[in-house]
Design a binder for this molecule. Structure first.
Ligand code: GDP
Length: 594
């Protein structure tokens, strides 16, 4: 190794957290060196190569710029969406403006579909409009010589997962709010998603043609959600429109282009080719058809694509009008043929040099996933361990309560806590109602925690939380809730555990052994009994004792475990009063992942 041990490859831009990892140091140390050099950066902040090189050199490490030819795998690491991380790794000099990607969110029936239709018809050249019969989930329009890409994500609740990701894939969110109906639950949820993804919001105040439209009331409601209209001195553009009568559509386009100009919407058309899967399905004749949004590089016919876990060579490629094309640059939606399996909407796709290389990446990812599934993403305790280590300074909470009346006292108390401590608490979403899949998706996207007060989590939400490793904590007393958060902020929260039954044994007889005491002669009826597990002694339906195993023997041998169907002798610490017919239920304590 010699000299090599002191050289580290560093990307063009990198977050403080990732830099610390690369340099095998900790974030605090990196922040200290940065500060000593006059750079105030928080853990999620990006620093450029030159800055990173200074930090490295102070640690006696030589930084070399990462070569682009390298096969890289990207992982969802911090709070920055994956696709942004990849673009961040491009040489800044090669980045040029690309069309903004816009997604339309809003409450059901507020006019998302109508607005998308209106935009399509107002802006697509005459003659072409009729041509777009095919629905591919994304399209581009031209306004005053500039392109805008729209993601047409379905409004149905089942697509909430995709909408959450949609907000992450987009550069701008157009929030549709019906002027006669105002801010509704899904409006709030959309605001939360956009905030979590740090995507700017433009409000389309729809249905202004209606006689019962009340724009001022809606603007007041929006302000209450933190979206203060620019005409009221805030920085949210609120554009009155009527999708039905095609009023204000041009103003909306202008607002989008203006917002785009003020945001850095860039990509390298010659760089690493990747993007997001918008939707995918199987066509009986054509095989797997996938709609992709190219976010960087230029996708070409014949490219080997890895989307999620699906690999394939592009056999045919179409634009959103269904016209065959040979290549597609950044912000272009395309439909491709050639994948072998149906990828999931929201998956990232990348281009690889060969199918072999792509397969190697899939294998790696599978191994990683296996590892990851055993480590929950954001249980409260883990978050707080991070706060303690100085690795996190923000706590994102999603709060659900039984009634609206409970929201205010909880939010106020949490805000008070936030003021006291160094850690910033962001309440991303607070609402009355059971904990839903959407809440869990939001927590997952923002590495947050869901807090419930006198509510339950829907079965779908529970399942999702398990899969995504999201922590849900439910309380029935406000001060306990607040106390837990307070304790947790101080890193004192005890992890919650749940019992998982691993086996049951029936007591057939008992015998007493001098010096040891009474041992239960048992037969294992299901699962297995392990030496290091805990046991409930059940008589009928009643648990009469709970404790640890002191001895476990099978045919006079001390053993670690006894499986179903076998006989064994079990001794418990602190309990001897076994009776034939008692059931010994063995359980282990697992980290309460939810
Ligand atoms: P989505 O559920 O958000 O996609 O809403 P839709 O686009 O399906 O619209 C819901 C209903 O509102 C439909 O009956 C539309 O015709 C109606 N609608 C949509 N936009 C307008 C509008 O600008 N003015 C009026 N009066 N009705 C509208």
């Amino acid at each position: 190794m010699g000299d090599e041990a002191k050289r580290v490859q560093i990307p063009y831009t990198i977050t403080v957290r990732d830099l610390a990892k690369l340099l095998q140091s900790n974030s605090i140390q990196v922040m200290r060196i940065l500060m000593a050099n006059g750079v105030m950066a928080n853990i999620n902040q990006l620093v450029d190569f030159d800055t990173a090189a200074i930090v490295a050199s102070e640690m006696g490490i030589e930084a070399v710029p990462e070569s682009k030819e390298q096969v890289e795998e990207f992982k969802e690491t911090g709070d920055v969406p994956l696709w942004r991380q990849i673009i961040n790794k491009e040489d800044p000099k090669s980045l040029i403006p690309r069309p903004p990607v816009v997604t339309i969110l809003g409450h059901v029936d507020h006019g998302k579909t109508s607005l998308l239709d209106a935009i399509r018809h107002t802006n697509v050249a005459v003659g072409e409009a009729g041509g777009i019969t095919q629905h591919i989930g994304a399209y581009q329009i031209e306004n005053k010589g500039k392109l805008i890409t729209f993601l047409d994500t379905p409004g149905h609740a089942a697509f909430s997962a995709m909408r959450a990701r949609g907000a992450q894939g987009a550069d701008i969110v157009v929030l549709v709010v019906a002027a006669n109906d105002g801010v509704m639950p899904q409006t709030k949820e959309a605001i939360s998603h956009a905030k979590a993804a740090q995507v700017p919001i433009i409000v389309a105040l729809n249905k202004i043609d209606r006689s019962d439209a009340n724009p001022d009331l809606v603007k007041k409601q929006l302000s209450e959600q933190g979206l203060i209209p620019d005409e009221w001195g805030g920085n949210t553009m609120v554009v009155p429109v009527s999708a039905k009568q095609r009023i204000g559509i041009d103003d909306l386009m202008e607002a989008i282009l203006l917002t785009a100009e003020n945001s850095e919407i860039l990509a390298n058309p010659k760089g690493k080719v990747f993007g997001t899967v918008i939707e995918a399905s199987i066509d009986p004749k054509k095989g797997v058809m996938a709609t992709l949004l190219v976010q960087n590089g230029t996708l070409k016919m014949g490219d080997v694509v890895l989307a999620g876990q699906s690999i394939g060579k592009i056999r045919a490629m179409f634009d959103f009008r269904g016209k065959k094309i040979q290549k597609a640059g950044p912000s272009t939606p395309v439909q491709i043929m050639g994948l072998t399996e149906v990828p999931t909407a929201g998956d990232i796709f990348q281009v690889y040099a060969s199918e072999k290389e792509a397969r190697a990446v899939v294998e790696n990812a599978k191994n990683e996933a296996a590892l990851k599934s055993s480590t929950p993403k954001a249980t409260l305790e883990e978050l707080f361990a991070k706060f303690k280590a100085g690795e996190a300074k923000e706590l994102n909470l999603i709060i659900k309560t039984d009634v609206n009346g409970s929201l205010e006292p909880i939010i106020n108390s949490i805000n008070d806590l936030s003021k006291e401590g160094e850690i910033k608490i962001n309440i991303l979403h607070a609402e009355a109602g059971n904990i839903s899949e959407n809440d869990v998706m939001l927590a997952s996207a923002s590495h947050g925690v869901v807090i419930g007060f006198n509510v339950q989590a829907d079965p779908v939400a529970k399942k999702k939380a398990e899969n995504e490793g999201v922590s849900i904590r439910i309380y029935d007393i406000i001060y306990r809730l607040i106390e837990d958060i307070e304790k947790a902020l101080k890193g004192m929260l005890e992890p919650e555990f749940k019992e998982t039954v691993i086996g049951r044994a029936e007591v057939l007889t008992t015998f007493s052994i001098s010096k040891v005491g009474t041992i239960a002669g048992c037969r294992v009826k299901e699962g297995d009994i392990r030496r290091n597990c805990k046991v409930h002694v059940k008589r009928g339906n009643e648990i009469i004792f709970t404790g640890e195993i002191s001895s476990l023997k099978h045919e006079k041998e001390d053993v670690k475990e006894v499986k179903t169907g076998l006989d064994c002798g079990i001794g418990l610490k602190g309990f001897e009063d076994f009776k034939p017919g008692d059931i010994l239920e063995a359980f282990v304590l697992e980290r309460f992942g939810m």
